[in-house]
Design a binder for this molecule. Sequence first.
Ligand code: SF4
Length: 499
Amino acid sequence: MVEIVGKRFIESAIKRILFVEPQSGYSTGFNDTVRVETLGPEYLAGSVKDVAECRLVDLRTPGADLRTAMAEFQPQLVALKCGYTTDVPVVADLAREVKQLDPHVPIVVGGHHISLSPEDLFIPEVDGIAYGEAEDIFPLIVRELGAGRSLANVPYMYYRDADGTFKTTVVPRPIANVVLHNSHEMNRRPLPLRELCDPYRDHYYFLYYRRPYSIETARGCRYRCSFCSVWQFHHGVYKVEGWERTFEEIMRIPDGSYVNIVDDLAIQVMPHEDYRQSDAWKLAQALIQSGNRRRFWMQCRADNIVRNKELYAAWAEAGLDMVLIGLESDDPAELKRVNKGSRVNVNEEAINFLHSLKVKIWGAQIVFADWLHDRFDRLIEYNKRLNIECPQFTIHTPLPGTVDWKKYYDQLITTERRYFDFLHPVLPTALPIREFIERYVQLYRECHMSRHELMELVRAGRVTLQGVIEFAKKFRNLTDPETYRSAIELHERVIPKLA
Ligand code: SF4
């Protein structure tokens, strides 16, 4: 982050800002079963709430419509989010639509994907692209555009100049190896303006849980998985906000809610650190003492769980419901191939330990394009043996901005962004594509929680019947052959030309 002194006192002629959460035209795999509060725009809105009125149009929700939002609100600035690679064509279309509705309104774009691949939206309709975390620079963007100036004076921007070309103020930063607890940068972030998402909250769900909330307690990662862009986006830094601030934020969320902790790596304690000194431990203790009834979902590494069992036991007592573990593979050679830095036996120990605490597992696993039938068979056996409640199978997808992007670039059968959704193999498959997809679908059919197991959760009062029914509808998408039709067509069109 850049340090900008006095940002709270910024004045601007811009008094109405519309944030747009796109409906991606393409699914991003298992993410279809999750639609949660979008924290990025809420933090940005929090940074300018004293200067301008902010609204969100969440195009993922039924009835939300850009044209109506523009007509009713008459924004003086539109901020589009481009978080996923698959969002690129959707956001480009949205930018064109905004400019058709109002040719004079400036458009800025931000988000994870576009920070790492900004040239994807160097189009005439876009005025600026914010690089990286943008809470600090967003007030400056509002000030400069409000004064009718270009974004040439705002740090960490790609901006369209008077001659129509894109220029940048981004200064390259090396990858560091830094862990920051009680981080100043994290603590001085504005509070997220939750009013932005509140009108849509009835349409949010997290698997079978309704009306979830999102919080963020940490950013970045110190590990270096080859398929992951998180450490590139955060330049190798892992930073955690002070537990008191997180605690206060959680206390503002209605008791009994389901809380999705969005950190890519939550409650991480590095190997040389004592978990009892960590913010994660102090936060868990405070939650227990408060009598908290909220339940939490978070993403963690298996080695962190195994090293810090008492920490996770405390979190289970504080309301931990489910943990996403990036298992990636049950094969040591594949763990090495993606530079996971963890081991198969550690993954299994972490799963068994969390199960002993009655914490459910969302097991994220990679399906490689070079797999043959026996490899799919082994993975099915592995998931059944470990009783992973929510297995997630992502087809190995080298995303722009990752080590794998460079490593596999020459083998990609397409670079069209809409196919980078983890459901389309973008590398040639060893099996014929139809067989590969059949086996992929079978993973979900055979490994996911049965109807009986889901009903057990309902009977235990942990989820509602309505939540389970709606989840089952969304989940069906993953086992519907129609979902993969475009993947098959892509391969059958491209592969013969490569032969
Ligand atoms: S996959 Fe997880 S552990 Fe690996 S670099 Fe990304 S955030 Fe870190």
